[in-house]
Design a protein around this ligand. Structure first.
Ligand code: DSN
Length: 446
């Protein structure tokens, strides 16, 4: 391999081995996921989709061995077709979906594909405000989608409880009559009331209910959070690399009638699976990344194993203990705590330093998290008041409730020692000593 790149990969591996990842949207993949992501499937072009026509048995073994006529635009698809069918079948099983599109290159691509499938330019999406924990693709004016569609945003009622303002959401839905009501977040430490949102959506004719579950997909699959499909949602989008613990990428799940993507269907909620397929390819993407789809298939298989349920439950337990410990050490937490995998702390209000300073201090002792805006932040996004952290990656390393008090103490100590080089160096050594006792999953013997 190229010497410079090899060296950087080795250095990144050492960084990961010797520290702890607290960024709530990151994780450590298994050796199997890593191997598939680095496989020769990267050599293959496969525009289009595999056909399921003629497949009578849907168990993994049958899917993996059954070769069907290909519907793609290039030849040589007998293996790509089977690997993508396997990923699709497993994704549907994980979420109780009728259909899965495993081709989106990222969560943003997945969201844009759904908008493109259901909306005409200028039509309205009601989503959660970025300032209150939503995501950039939910209507931030800096995005392409915000230039094409009309976004209106709901938010939370107050910072103390952090409860979503469902009355406001309902009022806005009735006033703006959105074609999509979108729930989901990247910095909200609580769960949505899907039932209430579905009731609101039912009052708006032709409204698609969409849940961007990127952060909590693993918690849903692991059975510790509710599944929006159980409350009448039509579409779920997610990334595959956060709590789901797969390769970097996107995924779209839907309920409805699955049709042939080569034939344009009528634009109805029932046809949403086929509309989505056509919107991903050729609508918004070209060739799928087959090596990533192979790695998604591996990760989905792992998430369907019974052990994944324990993993998901442990993420939430760890986050609850970490949040309690942080509170005892003086961190003010947005919404007062957490019910999922993530914690949003107001370090400006707690210790009089901004989130960037706190992020840098904690980074210097070998623990990564990110600075983040808090609701109604008076500081700018690059130097916001908060930090955002979580437990999915720590839990993958094998840390439990027992180790969470130490993690909280190190964070506080790094903030206090931010100008004290020798103290930071001592803390870094302590973190390293513990981190090497918890190997990365890809370093563990199979
Ligand atoms: N960048 C992701 C996160 O960190 O939450 C969201 O896309």
């Amino acid at each position: 391999m190229d010497g410079s790149v090899k060296k950087l990969i080795a250095e990144e591996l050492e960084r990961q081995r010797h520290g702890f990842e607290l960024i709530p949207s990151e994780n450590y993949v298994s050796g199997g996921v890593l191997e598939a992501a680095g496989s020769i499937f990267t050599n293959k072009y496969s525009e289009g989709y595999p056909s399921f026509e003629g497949l009578t048995e849907w168990d993994d073994e049958k899917i993996a061995e059954t070769v069907l006529p290909s519907r793609r635009y290039y030849g040589g698809q007998e293996n790509t077709d089977r690997i993508e069918r396997l990923a699709i079948a497993r994704a549907c099983r994980m979420f109780k979906a009728d259909h899965a599109n495993v081709q989106p290159h990222s969560g943003a691509q997945a969201n844009n594909a759904v908008y493109n499938a259901w909306l005409e330019p200028g039509e309205t999406i009601l989503g959660m405000s970025l300032a209150h924990g939503g995501h950039l693709t939910h209507g931030s004016p800096v995005t392409l989608s915000a230039r094409i569609y009309n976004f209106v945003n709901y938010g939370i009622k107050d910072v103390e409880t952090g409860e979503i303002d469902y009355d406001e959401l309902e009022k806005m839905a009735l006033e703006h009559k959105p074609k999509i009501i979108l729930v989901g977040y990247s910095a909200y430490p609580r769960e949505f009331d899907y039932e209430r949102v579905a009731e609101i959506g039912a009052k708006v004719p032709g409204c698609l209910l969409m849940a961007d579950m990127a952060h909590v997909a693993g918690l849903i699959v692991g059975g510790v959070h509710k599944n929006p499909f159980d409350y009448g949602f039509h579409v779920i989008t997610t990334t595959t690399h956060k709590t789901l613990r797969g390769p970097r990428g996107g995924l779209i799940l839907s309920r409805g009638k699955v049709g042939n993507p080569l034939k344009k269907p009528e634009k109805t909620l029932e046809n949403i699976p086929t509309l989505i397929d056509r919107s991903v390819f050729p609508g918004t993407q070209g060739g799928p990344l087959m090596h990533v789809i192979a790695a998604k298939a591996v990760a989905f298989g792992e998430a369907l194993e019974p052990g994944f349920k324990q993993y998901a439950a442990q993420i939430v337990k760890n986050a609850a203990v970490l949040a309690d410990e942080m509170k005892q050490l003086g961190f003010k937490l947005i919404t007062g705590g957490t019910s999922n995998h993530l914690i949003l702390a107001d370090v400006q209000g707690s210790f009089g330093i901004d989130g960037k300073e706190a992020e840098t201090a904690i980074d210097r002792i070998g623990m990564s998290l990110n600075c983040n805006s808090i609701p109604n932040d008076t500081l700018p996004p690059f130097r916001p008041s908060g930090i955002r952290l979580g437990t999915p990656a720590l839990t993958t390393r094998g840390l439990t409730e027992k180790e969470m008090p130490q993690i909280a103490k190190w964070m506080k100590a790094a903030i206090e020692a931010r100008d004290d080089e020798p103290k930071l160096a001592t803390l870094k050594k302590e973190v390293e000593k513990m981190a090497v006792k918890y190997p990365l999953p890809s370093d563990r013997a199979e």
